[in-house]
Design a binder for this molecule. Structure first.
Ligand code: MN
Length: 202
């Protein structure tokens, strides 16, 4: 069964002015669609064809670059769209808030650490907030389309929040100003969805 490009749950312009419509449209219909098609081509006829994307990434042979790059790209962007929301963003609360404060002292401490991970990832990649079994959270980053589900990548937990810091994610609106894009991202995080993922995977 082939993987399908997920539909966005909001319009391309819904995250403006923080993320512009043109960037969203290209990112979804060109980049994410490309990863999805290339993943399907890479697994066609192989034993991976009937596995979930989580199983594919968790058990990945890291030398299989086609599945590593495109399976990562498929999963990472599917998560990225869902943890953003233009409207009912909710507020960080409950057990996730407590776990973040236990690790980073305060929300501001978390924001600073996450922003640093995103800003200092050289070249293309992602910043992540992961949850470990038991509920502890950890920030890390990964290069290219790698993610923490893959063997030996990042903080080895389950990613519940991710930020794409490839230039294609921000260059039209922010050019080389990655820190401004990172700051803007915090205005569109869907904390209800991040909390849902935390509770599911802790
Ligand atoms: Mn991207």
């Amino acid at each position: 069964m082939a993987f399908e490009l997920p539909k966005l749950q909001y319009a391309y312009d819904a995250l403006e002015p923080h993320i512009d419509a043109r960037t969203m449209e290209i990112h979804h219909t060109k980049h994410h669609a490309g990863y999805t098609n290339n993943l399907n081509n890479a697994i066609a006829g192989s034993a991976l064809e009937n596995q979930s994307i989580e199983d594919i990434l968790t058990n990945l042979d890291m030398s299989n670059m086609a599945v590593r790059n495109n399976g990562g790209g498929f999963f990472n962007h599917s998560l990225f769209w869902e943890i953003m929301n233009p409207e009912d963003k909710g507020r960080l609360s409950g057990p996730l808030k407590e776990a973040i404060e236990a690790e980073y002292g305060s929300f501001d401490g978390f924001k600073e650490a996450f922003s640093k991970a995103a800003a200092t990832r050289f070249g293309s990649g992602w910043a992540w907030l992961c949850v470990h079994k038991g509920g502890r959270v950890e920030i890390c980053s990964s290069p290219n389309q790698d993610n923490p589900l893959m063997p030996g990548v990042g903080c080895d937990g389950y990613p519940i929040l991710g930020l794409d810091v490839w230039e294609h994610a921000y260059y039209l609106n922010y050019q080389n100003r990655r820190p401004d894009y990172i700051s803007a991202f915090f205005n569109v995080i869907n904390w209800n969805e991040v909390e849902r993922r935390y509770n599911m995977h802790k």
